[in-house]
Every structure is written in C-alpha cells, then in structure tokens.
Write a protein that binds this ligand. Sequence first.
Ligand code: B1M
Length: 233
Amino acid sequence: MSEEDDIILSELDDEELVQQMFDDLYDGLKEEIEEGVNILLERKWEPYDILTKALVGGMTIVGADFRDGILFVPEVLLAANAMKGGMAILKPLLVETGAPRVGKMVIGTVKGDIHDIGKNLVGMMMEGAGFEVVDLGINNSVEAYLEAMEAEGPDILGMSALLTTTMPYMKVVIDTLIEQGIRDDYIVLVGGAPLNEEFGKAIGADAYCRDAAVAVETAKEWMGRKHNSAATA
Ligand code: B1M
C-alpha cells in the first residue's frame, strides 16, 4: 500500500485538506473530491468558498499543466469529471429554492467549443441568485441560440467560450441578432478564460464577466437598468 492510500481526509486540517483536494482533482479522483467537499461542508465552510478555493483552485493547477504539456486530454477529462462530482454536491446548496425570480437567462457554450465547467458554474450561481436559467449545453450554433431565445423569451443571453478559436463566434451570434432587429431585446453577457473587457465591447456584448460571481452582479445590475428604463418609457 502506498503512502497516498493511507491518507484519511477527515484527519487533515483545513489547509492540508484543500492541498490534498488539489492533488486528488489533479489525479481525477472523483470519490475523494466528493468526500473532501462533504468534510468541508461539515466544517461549516460556505459552499461558495469550497467551490472557489478548493475546486476552482485545483482546476487552475490542472489548467497550467495542461497548457505546459504535462497533462493531456484524458487526464484533464478525469479532473473535470472529479470537479463535476464536487459541483453536484454544492449545486443544491448554492441554488436557493423558492427565491423570487429576478430574471431569466439562456446560456450556452458557443459552436465548436465543448468546455462547460465554467458555464455550468455561472448557471448554478445565477440560479442561486434567483434567476431562471435555461442551459443549452455546448457547441451551440446561431440557430440554436435563436430558437431557444424565441421559445424561452429570456431577459439575458449568456455565451461562454474557452478557446481563442471559438470566441469570435460570439460576434457571429450578436451580429445575427442585430440583422434580425432583436439585439436590444436582450442583455448579452459573455465570459470565458480567453476573453476580456475589450473583446466584450468590440463584439457588441453588453458586458464581459470575469467569473461567475461577476456574472451574477452584472446580470442584476443590467436587470435593474432594464426595469428603470421600462418605468421611464
Ligand atoms: Co481545454 N483548453 N481543450 N479542455 N481546457 C483550455 C481552455 C486551454 C486554455 C488549456 C491550455 O492550453 N492551457 C486551451 C485553450 C487554448 C486557447 O484557445 N488559446 C484548451 C485546449 C487547447 C483544448 C483542446 C483544443 C485540446 C485538444 O483537443 N488538443 C480541446 C478543445 C475541444 C473543443 O472544445 N473543441 C480541449 C478539451 C478539454 C477537455 C474536454 C479535456 C476539458 C473540458 C471538460 C469540460 O469542460 N467538460 C478541458 C479543460 C478542463 C480545460 C481547462 C484545463 C480548464 C477549463 C475549466 O473548466 N476551468 C482549460 C485551462 C484553463 O482555462 N486554465 C482548458 C475552470 C472554470 C471554472 O473556469 O471555464 O474559465 P472557466 O469559467 C469561469 C470564467 O471564465 C467565467 O466564469 C467561470 C466561473 O468563474 N465564465 C463565464 C465562463 N463562461 C462564462 C459565461 C458567462 C459569464 C462568465 O456568461 C454570462
């Protein structure tokens, strides 16, 4: 039995446990990640802190080693799967039930892009803040966005892209909204690791959101503006 097998997560202090969770996420150990999340919850950690400090923190390390060619797609998929296991435990805790609906968002990852962890996180946090969220999943064409928007009538369109090659597709979607004369019917928010504020402005989005917490704040702010302009119209 290796030394690793002997580690009892519940016997570690908080700092050691978070470090161990980084290692377990790196190794794609879903059950251990789930156990770590449950232990931190028992220790009265806020679900949001577990998400950002233990899970997103661990995924940042995975991302750096993926970039540097130390980890490859199969390993990163396992890490992503472990992360999703932890997120599934936190989701009901982040999502308040019965909260008054403050708005509705359709969100999806753009065409050509299959990354969905960040988008899922945004969806969870938005639901937690009282938004109704319609998640279109990954690899969405202009047509898929338009169809969902027509069917769902959201206040907000959220788009996610994680690749420099797929982020320009957000502009394709926004340009189509303009062509169809419906751009101003929606608040358009965009996010994803390779984007920045300048890019958001350049493609005609209402705002770029650095992370899930910023997405919630920005959505609330824009919903407030929408109500104010409706009241004065
Ligand atoms: Co991929 N991948 N990946 N990957 N992957 C990146 C993005 C990369 C930066 C890794 C690297 O090289 N360092 C790199 C892109 C480089 C580039 O474009 N310049 C990359 C690459 C190259 C690829 C492939 C092409 C690899 C290959 O096949 N050779 C391939 C692409 C496939 C495709 O999409 N067509 C690929 C595949 C994969 C996996 C399938 C293995 C897996 C995805 C699993 C999944 O999502 N289900 C994967 C992963 C996990 C990553 C990294 C390691 C982690 C991404 C992640 O989940 N981060 C990533 C490296 C990195 O980003 N550092 C990488 C955690 C997540 C919480 O953060 O998604 O940024 P993030 O979301 C944040 C914010 O950005 C923001 O809020 C979120 C929460 O705070 N946000 C929004 C995101 N979307 C938003 C939408 C909003 C608002 C805010 O709307 C309102």
